[in-house]
Design a protein around this ligand. Sequence first.
Ligand code: UGA
Length: 437
Amino acid sequence: MSHIDHDNPSTPGKFKMEKSSYMNRIRWHYSSLAKLTFWSFVLFLGLILVFFFKSPTSTSSPLPSDLYRRSLRTYSWGGPAWEKRVRASSRTRSRNGLSVLVTGAAGFVGTHVSAALKRRGDGVLGLDNFNDYYDPSLKRARQALLERSGVFIVEGDINDIALLKKLFEVVAFTHVMHLAAQAGVRYAMENPSSYVHSNIAGLVSILEVCKSANPQPAIVWASSSSVYGLNTKVPFSEKDRTDQPASLYAATKKAGEEIAHTYNHIYGLSLTGLRFFTVYGPWGRPDMAYFFFTKDILKGKSIPIFEAANHGTVARDFTYVDDIVKGCLAALDTAEKSTGSGGKKKGPAQLRVFNLGNTSPVPVSDLVSILERLLKVKAKRSVTKLPRNGDVQFTHANISSAQMELGYKPTTDLQTGLKKFVRWYLSYYDSGKKSAQ
Ligand SMILES: O=C(O)[C@H]1O[C@H](OP(=O)(O)OP(=O)(O)OC[C@H]2O[C@@H](n3ccc(=O)[nH]c3=O)[C@H](O)[C@@H]2O)[C@H](O)[C@@H](O)[C@@H]1O
C-alpha cells in the first residue's frame, strides 16, 4: 500500500491516480509553504535572539546583553552536602580567628585576599557568580587554586537574597569582605546597567542581609580611587571632594560610600570602604591596561597609550596586589563589631574610608617601557588622545590615614611588581594550554 493509499483508503482507482498527482502538488505546495513559514519563524527568532544577546546595549533593550545573560543563569545551591562544605570552609583554625564571607572570591583581589586569610587560619567562604565580563576560565583557574587551599566558592549572585540569608543561617560570619563588583572604568559606557546591578543593587542586598543577621558582621568593601574623579588637588586625601565622578563606574562606587553611611547610621553596621588605586599583579584582570598591553606586545600588536591635552602625561598610582591584601587584612583586623542586632541599631558604629595606593604615580608610557624590558620585546606604541569615556588624567594616593590606623605600608614598586606579574603571565599562558583572550 502506497503512502497516498494509506492516507485515502476509500478513494477509487483512476480518480485515485489523478487525484493523487493533484494532491501531491497540493501537498508539495503546502509543505513548501510550511517549510517557508517554519524557516521564516526560525529566522525571526534568530534575529530576536541576536538583538537581545549581541546588540550594543545602550538604547532600547531594557536589560543589556551581559546582564541579561547573567540574570538568565540559575545557580544550584543548598542540601546537606553543600551546607557541610559551606561550614567546613568557614571554620576557623584558631579560637580568635575570623570567619569571613568573601564576595567576588574568584575575582583578582578576592582570590588573593581569600588565600591570605586561609593561610593565616581564618575561616573563608567565597561567593562568586563567575560572570563572563572577562574570560571565565581564568576565574575557574583561580577557583581551583583556592579549592586546593580549602576555600569553597559558592556559585551565586550577590543579588540573591535567599542565598545570602541561607549562608548566614548556616554560618555566623564575623566579617564580610565585599569585593564582588562590576569593575572597569571604560566598560560603563557599553553596559551601564551591569554597574547598577552589581555595585548598587548588589551592595544593598549584601547590607540588607548583614543588617538582619544576628550577630551582624563587620563589613569591609572595595570602593575605588575613581571616586576622586575630576579632583585636581594631589595627592588625593580622604578629606578631598568626591562629588565629581568622571565615569558611571566611579558614580556607582561613590553611591556605595553614601549607601554605607546610611546602613551605618540606621542599623549600626560597622563599615570600612577601601579606595583601591589601580591594583595589578599575578592572576590579574585581563581588561586592565598592564595585562592587555603584555598580551599585545607579545603578539606584536600596537598598543594605544593615552595622552592628555597638550601632550599631558597620563599617570596612575599603580598598586601591587600583595600590598592591597595587607591593607584588606588590616582593615578586617581593626574593624570594630557592628552594634545592631536583628535589624535594630543599639549604638553608634564604626564608619571608615581609606585610600590604599602606592603613593608614587607612574606615567603609562613608563609602564610600557618596564614591560618592554621584562618581555624583551619592543612595543608598537600608538599615542592616542585620552578618550572622554571616564578616564582621568592621573591618580595619586595620600595614604597617611591608612598608615596611621591600619599600619598600611606599601613595599612593592612598579618594576618589582610587574616582574612578578610577567613571570606569572608567561607561566600561565605559555604552558601551551591557554591563550589570553
Ligand atoms: O583605581 C581604580 O579605582 C580603578 O583602577 C583601574 O582603572 P584604571 O586606572 O583606568 O586602570 P586601567 O584600565 O588598567 O588603565 C591604566 C592606565 O592606562 C591607561 N590606558 C588604558 C587603556 C588603554 O588602551 N591605553 C591607556 O593608556 C589609562 O588611561 C590609565 O591611565 C580599574 O580598572 C578599576 O576597576 C579600578 O577601580
